[in-house]
Design a protein around this ligand. Structure first.
Ligand code: ZN
Length: 138
């Protein structure tokens, strides 16, 4: 597989508005998108820093994945997302090498990216996301 860069870091927060204020007013970044991802029961806010993004995640449902994460672990880094050249091939290769996949097939995530998660029990405790921006490619 070929990873090109860290696409984003996902950070679970309790209050999106307050967290956005911190990133904007203290760190001086600017939020360029807020998007609800209904399938994941989250509202997301995005900031660019170089070619990497920060993705803030606020749960819209205590039973959703981010709601449960905050309940168990509190706020903090939720996942790391790597940009890959070919997501289907990367998943197949990871699975072939014994990595437990959360998503067997890519699905649509925020910003129209194709995404899939690897299970933290196979990744030294880090929920890992692969992303491919197929709209970038001709
Ligand atoms: Zn993500």
């Amino acid at each position: 597989m070929e990873l090109t860069h860290i696409e984003h870091i996902g950070i679970a927060v309790k209050d999106l508005r307050k967290a956005i204020d911190y990133y904007e007013k203290i760190l001086g970044l600017s939020c360029y998108a807020i998007e609800e991802v209904k399938s994941q029961k989250v509202r997301t806010a995005f900031f660019r820093i170089g070619q990497t993004k920060i993705e803030l995640l606020e749960s819209t449902d205590p039973e959703g994945p981010v709601g449960k994460f905050i309940e168990k672990k509190g706020e903090g880094i939720h996942h790391i997302a790597f940009a890959v050249r070919n997501i289907e091939q990367a998943l197949e290769e990871a699975a072939g090498k014994g990595v437990h996949l959360i998503d067997q097939q890519p699905r649509k995530g925020a910003e129209g990216l194709d995404i899939a998660f690897l299970h933290p029990r196979s990744t030294f405790g880090v929920l890992t996301e692969f992303c491919e921006n197929k709209t970038d490619k001709k």
